[in-house]
Design a binder for this molecule. Sequence first.
Ligand code: GYE
Length: 334
Amino acid sequence: MKKRFLSTLAFTATAALALAACSSGSDGGTDAGTDGGSDGGSSGDVITVGFAQTGSESGWRSANTESMKTAFSAENGFDLVFNAADNDPAAQIQAVRSFINQGVDAIVIAPIVEDGWDDVLQEAKDAGIPVILEDRTVTASDDLYASWVGLDFELEGQKAGEWAAAEFTEPTNMVVLEGTTGSAPANDRATGFDNAIAGSSITKLDSQTGDFTRDGGKTVMEGFLQKYGVDEIDLVYAHNDDMALGAIEAIEAAGAEPGVDIKIVSIDAVRDGMQALADGKINYIVECNPLLGEKAAELVKAVLAGDDVDKRTIVEDQAFDQAAAEAALPDRKY
Ligand code: GYE
């Protein structure tokens, strides 16, 4: 067991942790992989962090995982215990419980869904283990975690909707590819977009989840094309680039031209999405920055040092049309 950083909760935290450490020593076999690994024992400076990632559903997620692994490296003084829950909320909560039982110094979570976190966050709090949320938010009380770093998903949806409302002035039929049901970005991107297109000439024909994956976007779009026909759909709003890329495949397979016959607006601005935008197959992308690792690591160190930290840190996003995508692509980091 590594030496813990002492905070104002030091006494109870240490006592609770000692108990937790006695009661377990196993991670239940759910961890997908471990960075670093040796406990060292005598080193007082290494910070053990359990990171509960959502899974590996998208290009955004790959960039986020890489950013987290780079920031929480041994070089930076961390021993990272990494878990990817394959988009299964119950498995993700189980991973967090396993981190508590292992007696890690801090826990970082990218919550798959917003609801259902109260109990396990309370358990972490009772064990004196601070929790930092990155990327997505939860509905649980913010007393149950130390800090959150992420993006303004509602504003992202709003920017996408404002583009669509300005672009389509004639009656327009839209279909929506939603992100994972119950996730903060799916909920908030829907709200932001719907508010922005209220009173416009856009009608929502249908809306279904494609789970933020390329395959999911393709399958749902195939269903929409079969149900409504190519000519009835003018616009696709995809909650992320991967689903837009899946939709492109479905549209092309149906004999239509994505970006021309059926326009597409999406969110993320990952490299493949930006390439499709530069190629004219996607028409507009609102950025969602996945490079949150450095800020998350800084927050973990500050919280463990007992420093006051902001409860919320929002990273700003940009938006891109075709020309902007062409200009940005050569230097794009993800
Ligand atoms: O937009 C999507 C990913 O939570 C912001 O999750 C993230 C979203 C991102 O799967 O591509």
